[in-house]
Design a protein. Sequence first.
Length: 132
Amino acid sequence: LNYAHAFYDPDSHSIFIALQQDLSIIYKGIVFELCNSLQREDFLKVNTLALEGNLDREEFTLLNEFIEYRTACMKSLILRKPVTTFAIFWERANNQPNGDGLDFHAELYRTQWDLNCSSEYFNKHPIIPEKT
């Protein structure tokens, strides 16, 4: 797993859970990723736009994190826990390490864009050096 607890893959419509953890964490991960799976079409749309070179790295990351925020809102209703604003959610995604303490959540999407979408984006939007 590239994430400490769980992740949802919209391409295969599959949820992956790390089972070497407390049952309460597994339960919360399952609830969260099931809510993510309800937003499959939005994840696929963002991924398609990025793969076609239509989203830059930060647009891709922001849109995916907004989908994750909507998931957090759904999860909060199910688990009866308070939810924060998107601004706070975005700040945490960029400044609070994942459960494994190794990375920030938003960096997972940036890395995904770097590996899968950057070449098409830069082919479509070449960087032209400024003339001096």
